[in-house]
Design a protein around this ligand. Structure first.
Ligand code: ADP
Ligand code: MG
Length: 643
């Protein structure tokens, strides 16, 4: 209900704005804010959700502007054709920008994307047969009902575009696509091993993001009525990134706030009186907030001293100044420093944390069970297919060499269908390396791995995962910023067939898939006893629960073979008991399990067959009782250190 009222107020505000501020200058500022907002929605997909840096978005913005401008100049196309064309052309360039992101990360990616933006700007400048070069292109506002749109009418058109962009981006980010973007940020390796190709979704993210930049660029060209190459420079690209950081990543409201800041800040720094008012209000707000925070013991005076002194200082300084022009850049720099240092989650994140802390750490756990009914779901669908003959997995003479080190040396292992197969050995004996070979993270130097009679060697991790091998990791690899339920939903990604169009329009196919996936995800949480923690962020779960969540997420893949890498490591005794029960339940569903474990009571009580590795070689194999009495195994492993 409050949401609906908020929405109505927002819509009324947008409709009323150009009527209230009946001045072309203010209306134009408002239009620019809305246009930047659209671009920031897109940039946030790349920066906030996939966690990649992009300094190429001003270039993409330019591509959008120039696509619209050139099509209008050369072909006289109307805006309802130039806008879609700008989106499509810019998306293509977004795909190009994604290519370096597949190879490099962090500062390197920042450099490459910066170069990409610069190249685009130079191209626009040089291709004067198309773009008129430095002369720029003069453009008329769109024609509606036979006349050129007024500033006011154009504001409404852009507001409509922004509203549509908001709905579309929000739907994308709440869907399986958005979850894939977040998953690849939090753990690329786990993302691939859940059948969600990091490669593919990074490209998608850049392409979709560029689509928004293209729309924004095209709208901008009509808004300015004149475009020239030097608008789309590196300063603008840094400003865009700053807007995301200041507003708050992973937030639509953050994008809006960011756009307001980058459009208004230069104006603010032009007008000394306005600057004084804002500096004073800021000082009052920060001081009152700090007093409140100290009172409620959310923070200490020591921590708050610098922001309080800083903002009061800024306010005093503003009254001491006679004119502002000489100080603009310095003030801008100081503000950026303060924001980047103190508001790392942006304004939206800060307010959220602050109000969350004020309300106390009330558990946000919501009981969602009523949403899903109580009928027993067949959550594990893939009760393994028993029709096949022979071993489910056949590892033949596998060699895995790292430089001179043979981490796995000529190992043969056959895993019988429907069994729990233990893999034990001292630390560094090659157990985890074997898992990585089986799941495509490493390509073996030599040898053959057959799963269901098909070779997995050379296949990508995500293809192997989709073929039915799921895994957990020795060092838990959850998607930390996502809830427990969302983590499982990433595992269920393979059940989605819906496209970008289904998602954007909320077509029945998508709605059905989402509903069904949520029911199953909840069922899987129940299966491992985590249903009451469905809405808790994975990184906030206790360690034992995190391990359980990882198992449930792996089951979401409907695997035939499940690889567990030291699932009991770091667990308490009661947790281990629970884990054992879950492992047995999984086996009873017909899923074959390979279990790496150091806890001998776990291994010996559930395994049907055990292989022992030492220095990369298989030194023994057999039933638990045989292994326990095997001389070689006792000497190499069980002897002193059986824990
Ligand atoms: P385990 O899981 O049995 O404790 P691992 O499979 O993790 O052992 O490691 C086996 C050996 O391979 C270790 O000596 C380890 O240092 C080495 N190793 C594993 N991965 C790599 C890698 N990517 N590069 C170089 N050496 C590696
Ligand atoms: Mg290991």
């Amino acid at each position: 209900m409050t949401k609906l009222i908020g929405l109505l107020i927002a819509v009324a505000g947008l409709v009323a704005f150009p009527l209230v501020f009946d001045n072309p200058y203010y209306i134009h500022l408002g239009t620019t804010i809305l246009i930047y907002t659209i671009l920031l929605f897109g940039l946030d997909i790349v920066v906030g959700y996939t966690g990649q840096v992009s300094l190429g978005h001003a270039g993409l913005f330019g591509v959008g502007s120039y696509t619209a401008g050139v099509l209008m100049l050369k072909l006289g196309l109307p805006f309802y054709l130039t806008l879609p064309a700008a989106i499509i052309v810019t998306s293509f360039f977004g795909g190009l920008l994604a290519l370096p992101a597949l190879k490099v990360v962090g500062p390197y990616l920042a450099m490459v994307t910066l170069a990409f933006g610069t190249i685009l700007q130079i191209l626009i400048n040089e291709m004067d047969f198309l773009t008129e070069g430095p002369m720029g292109i003069t453009i008329k506002k769109p024609f509606i009902f036979g006349h050129e749109a007024t500033e006011q009418e154009y504001f409404w058109m852009v507001a409509l575009g922004m509203a549509i962009a908001l709905i579309v981006v929000h739907r994308i980010l709440k869907s399986q696509l958005g979850r894939a973007f977040e998953a690849l940020r939090d753990s690329p390796v786990a993302c691939d091993c859940m059948g969600v190709s990091v490669y593919r979704y990074k490209v998608y993210a850049f392409v979709i993001s560029a689509g928004f930049a293209g729309l924004a660029g095209a709208l901008y060209s009509y808004s300015e009525r004149y475009i020239s190459p030097n608008t789309y420079n590196n300063e603008l690209t840094v400003l865009f990134l700053l807007a995301i950081i200041m507003g708050g990543r992973k937030s639509r409201l953050g994008a809006i706030i960011g756009a307001v800041i980058i459009v208004m800040l230069p104006k603010l720094l032009d007008d000394i009186n306005l600057f004084r008012i804002v500096a004073l209000s800021l000082a009052v707000l920060v001081t009152l907030g700090s007093i409140l925070a100290v009172n409620r013991q959310i923070s200490t005076p020591k921590k708050l001293a610098i922001p309080v002194i800083g903002t009061i200082g800024l306010a005093l300084f503003s009254f001491w100044l006679n004119q502002i022009t000489d100080w603009r850049l310095s003030i801008f720099g100081v503000m950026i420093l303060l924001v980047v240092y103190y508001l790392q989650d942006g304004i939206v994140g800060f307010v959220r944390n602050f109000s969350g802390a004020l309300q106390g750490s009330k558990s946000r756990t919501i009981d969602v069970s009523h949403l899903y009914g109580n009928n027993p779901l067949d959550v594990i669908q893939n009760a393994a297919n028993h029709s096949g003959n022979g071993p489910i997995l056949d590892v033949k003479k596998v060699l895995m060499q790292f430089g001179g080190l043979k981490a796995i040396n000529n190992v043969d292992i056959r895993i019988a269908r429907g069994t729990i197969h233990g893999l034990i050995g001292p630390n560094g004996s090659g157990k985890s390396t074997m898992m990585n070979v089986l799941t495509g993270i490493y390509v073996p130097t030599d040898g053959e791995v057959l799963f269901e009679n098909n070779s997995v060697v050379g296949k990508t991790s995500s293809d192997i995962a989709l073929s039915g091998i799921a895994r957990t990791f020795q060092n838990v690899q959850l998607f930390g910023e996502m809830t427990a339920l969302e983590n499982i939903l990433v595992g269920l990604h393979h059940t989605f067939k819906s496209t970008l169009l289904d998602v954007s329009l909320h077509l029945p196919r998508y709605k059905k898939e989402e509903q069904f996936a949520r029911e199953r995800a909840f069922g899987l949480l129940k299966f491992v006893g985590l249903d009451s923690l469905a809405t808790e962020e994975a990184r906030n779960l206790p360690y034992g629960k995190q391990r359980m969540l990882e198992i449930a997420r792996a089951l979401a893949l409907d695997p035939n073979l499940l690889l567990l890498d030291e699932p009991a490591a770091g667990l308490t005794a009661p947790d281990i008991k629970e884990l054992l029960a879950v492992i047995r339940k999984i086996r009873d569903h017909g899923i074959t399990i390979i279990l790496i474990e150091h806890h001998m009571e776990v291994v010996m009580s559930v395994c049907d067959q055990i292989s022992v590795l030492d220095f990369g070689q298989k030194i023994a194999e057999g039933k638990p009782a045989e292994i326990q009495s095997n001389e070689k195994v006792i000497e190499a492993y069980l002897g002193g250190s059986a824990t």
